[in-house]
Design a protein around this ligand. Structure first.
Ligand code: HEM
Length: 336
């Protein structure tokens, strides 16, 4: 049984500072809207593909993992969005964070976001690294703002926000973003940050299995869309959904995303993307529809609540970004 004595540290007045950070990201979003339109996200703005998917919960899970939709084996309809992390819709050749977002629908129970308690969805968001170089949301947003402001002011602004730790942070950030991935569908994605899983706390990950071979041309600018499209036209894509538990504050800290957790993974389910053609008219419509959705780790029931200051800051940022771009309301299984 994984430990249940994890703790969050909630700073006094953090809501005000998270509101400010969210409004700063929204300002970046407004600025980029001049080039990319008012429906563009504050981050992860460029979609590669939006796909229909399914989450199948496996039989025989350990008792501690039987929580919410993972309580009994079953299959849920879902959507998946692959994206680049930046605020710009830039070429896939440019170094960037790459993201995957999964929205599972048909999820019963009360959800966390005020005003959306009856939403039928639960989301999982992940990127290609296991950690992030930022210890605080202020550092994260400071670098995003500097990177999206005037080029000449970028370094002084970053130094102003982070002090001398800036050089280490920027080095790690660059290292993570500069990795050249040929494909996103044969890669492992990580939540980086923890969530509750019933009484314990976990990080989750999507591990690719059964990746069909690439059979088609890819352009460098839209490499990830072309690659995913060619593969999923030929055969289904599958990822295993797995979680690793909290152990103790030293080795699996809740509040420090720079520390990699090394506790063992437990496989809980499978995410399958059935054969489909994202390059067809209906496939393009699907990508456009999925782009209107709001993927957010806070679309979840209380027993899967996101944990830690970085997660709580995300709650403010995703809300502002989705309001700004007038995201669609949470879709039910009928929309699949
Ligand atoms: C390190 C952990 C994080 C991961 C794994 C992550 C992952 C993602 C992913 C995959 C998306 C794209 C969702 C989609 O396809 O619609 C996204 C969007 C976004 N992220 Fe994060 N993110 C992280 C941290 C943060 C932090 C710390 C902030 C800000 C405080 C942030 C702000 C945003 C915003 C504003 C969006 C756009 C929301 C929208 O309009 O839908 N993220 N993130």
């Amino acid at each position: 049984m994984p430990r249940t004595d994890w703790k969050e540290v909630v700073a006094p007045n953090e809501r005000e500072s998270f509101d400010l950070l969210a409004s700063q990201l929204r300002d970046v979003q407004r600025e980029k809207a001049k080039a990319h339109g008012s429906t563009s996200r504050a981050l992860h703005a460029k979609p590669h593909v939006g796909l229909k998917a399914e989450l199948t919960v496996r039989d025989g899970l350990p008792d501690w993992a039987k929580v919410g939709i993972f309580s009994t084996p079953g299959t849920f309809k879902a959507w998946l969005r692959l994206s680049n992390g930046g605020a710009m819709h830039q070429s896939d050749k440019a170094p960037d964070v790459r993201g995957i977002a999964l929205k599972v629908t048909g999820v019963p129970g009360k959800k966390l976001i005020p005003g959306m308690e009856d939403a039928p969805t639960q989301d999982f968001l992940a990127i290609l690294t296991q950690t992030m170089p930022f210890k605080t949301p202020e550092a994260f947003v400071g670098v995003v703002r500097a990177a999206n402001g005037p080029k000449l002011l970028a370094l002084p602004r970053i130094l102003g926000t982070l002090g001398f730790s800036a050089f280490g942070i920027l080095g790690q950030l660059q290292k993570g973003m500069a990795v050249k991935h040929a494909s996103l569908v044969d890669n492992t994605f990580y939540s980086v940050l923890p969530i509750r899983w019933g009484t314990t706390a976990v990080k989750y990950s999507l591990l690719p299995v059964k990746v069909p071979p690439l059979n088609g041309p890819v352009s460098e600018d839209s490499r990830f869309a072309d690659d995913a499209t060619a593969r999923v036209k030929a055969a289904p894509l599958t990822w295993t959904l797995r979680v690793q538990p909290y152990e103790d504050e030293a080795t699996t800290p809740i509040e420090d995303p720079t520390v990699q957790w090394n506790t063992p993974w437990t496989e809980l389910g499978d995410v399958t993307v059935p054969v489909q053609d994202p390059s067809s008219d209906s496939g393009k419509k699907l990508t456009a529809l999925v782009d209107t959705f709001s993927f957010d780790p806070w679309h979840a029931p209380e027993e899967f609540r996101p944990l830690g200051a970085m997660m709580r800051a995300r709650s403010h940022a995703y809300r502002d970004s989705t309001i700004e771009r007038k995201a669609a309301k949470e879709p039910g299984p009928d929309a699949w």
